[in-house]
Design a protein around this ligand. Structure first.
Ligand SMILES: Nc1ncnc2c1ncn2[C@@H]1O[C@H](COP(=O)(O)OP(=O)(O)OP(=O)(O)O)[C@@H](O)[C@H]1O
Length: 224
């Protein structure tokens, strides 16, 4: 994922991102932090093709998003991007199994049953596939949402405050799982978070202030 001199100005004069350049190599787990209103969500949305920069370029999974229309961006998101949200966003009428495989059905792809089974077992939901989201705890729902985000083997997973609705212990367990999956699958993850404990799990942490990257730190596996 690559941002090259990205600026996003909103009508009315608010500049949410100012000339941001950033490269996230494959397999990196990046946390984006910063105070409220600093531009974190705008960065995620521009990087994920949900929002369009006023100027600059975004490359995602080998595709330059600049100049792509809404339909092409939607297709790229559907096929190459996974999302994890604070509120899980599972569909209440579907079972866990159907929620998890929904992105594949939307993309017209047959589920790789082996891969789905491995992921589900890996997150400890093997005995919950026939349940509905309301029958799961918050941590279990977020685990299901993580599997749903990974099931299409996306180029990048974008996570927006994935622990925001969880108590600290459950949130830490979900993040440890996410980090382990990142390592095992070589998955690239970009996570927006207010939570320093969440950011500390990432390989690299950016601080965004007033639309600019003001700090960029990489940590090793020991957290140094
Ligand atoms: N659609 C919009 N129209 C006008 N201004 C906007 C719009 N979206 C965001 N902004 C402004 O852009 C700035 C950055 O917003 P953004 O949501 O990216 O911040 P954030 O760091 O994610 O904040 P939070 O942590 O509170 O979610 C803010 O000043 C916000 O008010």
């Amino acid at each position: 994922m690559e941002l090259d001199h990205v600026t996003r100005a909103h009508p009315g004069g608010i500049v949410a991102l100012r000339d941001v350049s950033l490269r996230v190599p494959r397999g990196q787990f990046l946390a984006v932090t910063g105070s409220s209103g600093s531009g974190k969500s705008t960065l995620l949305q521009c990087a994920a093709g949900l929002d369009v920069p006023t100027s600059g370029r975004v490359r995602l999974a080998g595709t330059d998003l600049t100049g792509l229309g809404e339909t092409a961006r939607t297709r790229l998101r559907r096929d190459r991007v996974g999302f994890v949200f604070q509120a899980y966003n599972l569909l209440p009428a579907l079972t866990v199994a159907d929620n998890i495989t929904l992105p594949l059905r939307l993309a017209g792809r047959a589920p790789d049953v082996e891969r789905v089974r491995r992921l589900v077992d890996r997150v400890g939901l093997g005995d919950r596939l026939g349940h509905h989201p309301a029958e799961l705890s918050g941590g279990q729902q977020q685990r299901a949402a993580i599997v749903r985000a990974l099931v299409t083997d996306p180029a990048v997973v974008f996570a927006d405050e994935p622990t925001g609705a969880l108590d600290p212990r459950t949130g830490a367990a979900v993040l440890d799982l996410l980090r382990d999956l990142v390592t095992e699958l070589g998955q690239t993850v970009v996570m927006v978070t207010h939570d320093p404990a969440a950011a500390s799990r990432a390989h690299r942490t950016l601080v965004v202030e007033d639309g600019r990257i003001t700090d960029d730190r990489t940590t090793d596996d020991e957290g140094n």
